[in-house]
Design a protein around this ligand. Structure first.
Ligand SMILES: [Zn+2]
Ligand SMILES: [Zn+2]
Length: 82
């Protein structure tokens, strides 16, 4: 199960290149993480690193199930579920 490039690009522009995480058990300073991300650094560590995350592990590969997460949030969240 993986998002298409097109879906990820749309989700990325929806997110305006920022982390969309709103999980309150993460230590964001605000309700939303909003960390600025770098498109080229998808799937690897480093400045602006991020990954496209399935909000619902069984929710399919549509854009509405695609969440742009910074690397820190992605690691805390894990591969499945929230
Ligand atoms: Zn984040
Ligand atoms: Zn987070």
């Amino acid at each position: 199960m993986a998002f298409s490039e097109e879906t990820v690009k749309k989700a990325w522009s929806r997110a305006e290149g920022k982390c969309e995480c709103k999980r309150d058990r993460h230590d964001h300073n605000t309700t939303k993480c909003n960390k600025l991300l770098v498109w080229e650094n998808r799937g690897r560590e480093g400045r602006g690193a991020w990954e496209a995350h399935h909000m619902n592990a069984n929710g399919g590969d549509s854009m509405s199930n695609c969440e742009i997460l910074c690397w820190d949030c992605h690691k805390k969240t894990g591969s499945f579920g929230s």
